[in-house]
Design a protein around this ligand. Structure first.
Ligand code: 5GP
Length: 125
């Protein structure tokens, strides 16, 4: 079920549990403010989720309420991960589903990184 991006943060969401180490993940990158791990149901040969360690429901919440250092570390981490994985020259796609119409399912901000094949048009028609 898609979530409402304006809802309060639910600390029982699956990514909160990953951050607390309560369920496992395949980590590809971590720093003080950011964790990145493989998506459990990959939609491309390379499908990684990048999340802030802070409790933010969505891109909307994060962009309004996160500190400058959290935002800078997050944006730099996304770029770093794509670069280190060799995806800049062939190309990659970022996606941050926000709220109901975007079908956001997990109520903790996550940016998807997709790569590893031609990804086709931006949206299904
Ligand atoms: P959304 O639709 O919210 O943008 O994407 C949520 C993503 O989280 C989906 O791609 C889904 O496969 C992934 N996901 C859901 N639960 C888990 C989990 O427990 N572990 C991992 N690694 N990914 C998950």
């Amino acid at each position: 079920m898609p979530i409402d991006a304006t809802q309060a943060y639910d600390d029982q969401n699956i990514f909160a549990k990953i951050l607390r180490g309560e369920i496992p993940n395949n980590t590809v990158y971590e720093n003080d403010h950011v964790l990145a791990f493989e998506d459990i149901n990959p939609q491309a040969p390379y499908h990684v989720l990048v999340i802030p360690k802070g409790a933010y429901v969505s891109w909307d919440d994060f962009s309004e309420n996160a500190s400058d250092i959290e935002i800078a570390e997050f944006v730099r981490a996304v770029g770093h991960i794509g670069r280190e994985a060799g995806h800049v020259e062939p190309g990659y796609r970022l996606m941050a589903n926000t709220g109901i119409n975007a079908h956001q399912e997990v109520p903790h901000l996550h940016v998807h990184i997709f790569a590893g094949r031609p990804l086709g048009p931006m949206l299904a028609r």
